[in-house]
Write a new protein. Structure first.
Length: 130
């Protein structure tokens, strides 16, 4: 069962060192709770939905709803690796999901059939003129 917990149209303020103090606009957003009672075990999942893309590099999207993240067993952040520094105050532990597609974190999974030469920065010689 899904329950709408709260809604917002507020901006977020990043705490990540690379974006500290800058803002993001998720547009209309909502906190939804999904409850399930499978095999007699009660479980709940909280999801923050937003209509505009924002960087999930720190807890700011969750802070919008005053979520106490340490109480959750798992917190998901859709970000390649920039989330690590932003979530370190919460926990030093993380699991990096190696998803398929053009934005994979594992470059060795890409076939590179249309690779331009030279490939920066691997095969690039910088020329400096004075």
């Amino acid at each position: 069962m899904a329950t709408l917990i709260a809604q917002s149209e507020s901006t977020i303020v990043y705490s990540h060192p690379a974006a500290k103090g800058s803002t993001g606009n998720p547009g209309r957003s909502a906190l939804v709770k999904i409850s399930n009672n499978a095999l007699g075990v009660q479980s709940e999942i909280y999801i923050v939905l937003h209509e505009e893309p924002v960087r999930v590099i720190d807890t700011s999207i969750y802070d919008l709803y005053d979520l106490d993240l340490p109480q959750f067993a798992i917190v998901q952040a859709k970000s390649h690796v920039s989330f690590i520094l932003g979530f370190t105050p919460l926990t030093p532990n993380y699991l990096l999901a190696n998803t398929l597609g053009p934005t994979t974190a594992n470059l060795l999974t890409l076939d590179f059939t249309k690779l331009d030469r030279p490939t920066f920065p691997f095969e690039w010689e910088l020329e400096f003129t004075l």
